[in-house]
Design a protein around this ligand. Sequence first.
Ligand code: ZN
Ligand code: ZN
Length: 510
Amino acid sequence: MKKNFGSKLATVALAAVVVFCVQAGLGNAAFAAPDTERYTYFDNLPLFDPLTPLQGNEMRITFMGSMIPLPVRLAQAEMSVFVEVGWVDDPSDAYYRGKPVDQFVFDMGAGTSANYAAAKVGYRRMDKIFINHLHADHMNDLIHTYCFGPASDRKSPLYVWGSKPSGVQNPSFFNASAGGCDVAGSKASGGAYYDDGVIAFCKHIREALRWHTESFSFQTTAYSGYVRPTKESWGLPHDPVPVGDDSPNDAYALVPIELDWTKVGGVAYNNASTGAKITHFPVIHARQGSMGYKLEWTTPTGAVLNMIYTSDTKPETNSIEQAKNNGLGVDVFIHEMVVPPVVWAYKNMGLNAPPAPGDPIYAEFQRTVQAMTRVQNSSHTSQGAFGYLLGQIEPRPGLTVATHFPVADDTVASALNSVKAHCPDVEMGRDIVWSFDLMVLRVFPDRIEQRRADVSRFSFTPPSRVPGGLLPPKYRDGTGTGDPYAQIDITTQIPPTNPDGTENYREDGY
Ligand SMILES: [Zn+2]
Ligand SMILES: [Zn+2]
């Protein structure tokens, strides 16, 4: 396995946290809160220009979101992991200087769109979205991307991978059919099983967004020469067919790729022309249908780089076996982690520490802890379980990344303590890190570099690139030009200039 090269600066900074953690001891470390509003480790990573072209043998992983709900916080959007591989130079493009060989979005929760824009990732590069499970924090911004991509430079369909229906029985159906209504008088409207897979999801999303998509369709939304991917060219489990009535070339075509979530190692994508292959495996999270993904990329020189993103899951064996990778190990292992129910409860209640017995809010606190414990038990990997899990993976991943985690110095110090209880030799920065928005991992055959993307909080849309000819838009005038008046009634409008030539306001916008 390769060696990791985290930042020396960051290692020094983290040492202070570790020392604190050790001095505080296991019991008090979680509550002493060295700093609840700073992630020193990340702050000390070297800055990195996200427009830096990838090297030919580089896999780049950027965290565009990293937080568990509730809430989404200003410091961390909900989950999204962006992965790019390889590079094709284009000296004629002075801004981007080329493009990656292939690229993938894993999950797309609320708030992540701003991070993509800040990192100068245009919509055309966000057309392959792999959803691990259909919790809103993993797909909220899919709607944003679907709706606004065509108005920018994604003039081609949006492809969305996800699971087939869960197969979980609808208890209301069975309770109601046994005589009468279920709890709260709900009807058995969903039948014995809900159609809760990715195809139904895309069908309903597409129709729900009809007003938006029509309203924007005075702009161009399709290439004249678009070459559609096929089941064979992308190595898909089935033909890529859009839901709804959109042309399969159109940017508002939403194309679900349904995966059999029960399969371990099922192939979601296998593109011989880019060397990228993505497989999936079931994990345990909230409801059947949750999956983890493994991306393997064969570099032009034949080396294989790989990463796993399990997303949300209870500790389970598939993730371990996938990370072992038949004894070969993986470069990057991204797995969720959750804070202890006690920490979750007191922070959600706006407290700085757990209340003592006898405190007026102690009973409420206990109820909150119990509620958080139930969420953990249905869905998540505790700090200690994460440490146990990591101890089972041999060889150890090149870099393990805990994600979906409310990061700050206090929570990270506590979590590192829990992990080290199982894996005493694990070192922050070298073996494990906690993800944060705009953390960049540059993975090479011989090393992994950790960086902090240098972005502007005031960024505009990344400069668009629309190569090739475009078809006339849906709402157009007689010349085939987009007609901005086709869908509006302008009888009450105030024009820039009156019929008598007098000016109400300048036509050029100033
Ligand atoms: Zn979830
Ligand atoms: Zn989640």
